[in-house]
Design a protein around this ligand. Structure first.
Ligand SMILES: CC(C)(COP(=O)(O)OP(=O)(O)OC[C@H]1O[C@@H](n2cnc3c(N)ncnc32)[C@H](O)[C@@H]1OP(=O)(O)O)[C@@H](O)C(=O)NCCC(=O)NCCS
Length: 192
């Protein structure tokens, strides 16, 4: 199932057939340099795909497969995942790409589109990215995505930067269209 499309990329739900391409990315020590786990096994990659599919089914958002339209190759992942940061629930815009596609603006292109999708579809006041302070490339992607450094927090066993972008005022939350100015009298129903 396709989620969104940009000029050069298509983002879709992960399929079980993505395992070969995805496992190769997850096994690359350069891609996984800033993750406490380090490179991941094929089995872990398979479990991750299963989790991404479950998350999509249950929550309607997940990590999505990033497809490079020009050659139809899976070049990484980008998406929206739940995170707990300093006792508060957040949604993170996260990404990692096959090394051979780095430096061409693909991460920023995907992350920007995912961010817009997030504000269009989720009732969240902000989106964040959790970034190792040494990961200059990822910091640059967050900045190109309109985020700024707002905090730091313990994550994955180390102190990380929290980058965030607030919901743009031009992008009302998804439920806003349900509210009509005529309906200002509460009918007593409790919408738990
Ligand atoms: C982070 C990652 C997804 C970026 O992918 P990408 O497609 O190369 O990113 P982009 O091309 O959109 O943007 C990279 C930016 O970083 C800049 N950059 C790269 N290395 C840099 C460095 N050492 N110092 C300063 N800027 C640097 C690039 O110049 C570019 O900015 P610009 O467009 O203003 O010139 C990719 O490097 C990756 O998969 N890394 C491993 C996984 C990871 O760390 N994910 C993030 C976890 S928080």
């Amino acid at each position: 199932m396709q989620i969104l499309e940009t000029e050069r990329l298509s983002l879709r739900v992960f399929e079980l057939e993505d395992l070969d391409a995805f496992a190769a990315i997850e096994a690359d020590p350069d891609v996984m340099k800033y993750f406490a786990s380090g490179p991941r096994s094929r089995e872990t990659a398979a479990r991750a795909i299963a989790w991404y599919r479950t998350l999509q089914e249950q929550r309607g958002r997940s990590f999505w497969a990033v497809i490079h339209k020009a050659d139809n190759c899976l070049i990484g992942l980008c998406g929206l995942i739940p995170q707990r940061v300093d006792d508060s629930d957040e949604i993170e815009v996260a990404y990692r790409l096959d090394k051979s596609y780095w430096g061409q603006g693909f991460a920023a292109e995907a992350a920007t589109a995912v961010c817009k999708w997030g504000f269009d579809h989720l009732d969240v006041p902000r989106l964040i990215s959790i970034i190792d302070p040494d990961n200059i490339t990822s910091i640059r992607v967050a900045e190109k995505n309109g985020m700024s450094h707002v905090d730091q927090a313990e994550y994955d066993g180390k102190v990380c930067h929290i980058y965030a972008i607030a919901r743009p005022q031009t992008q009302p939350p998804p439920w806003a269209s349900l509210i009509s100015p005529d309906h200002d009298i509460h009918d007593g129903t409790f919408y738990a």
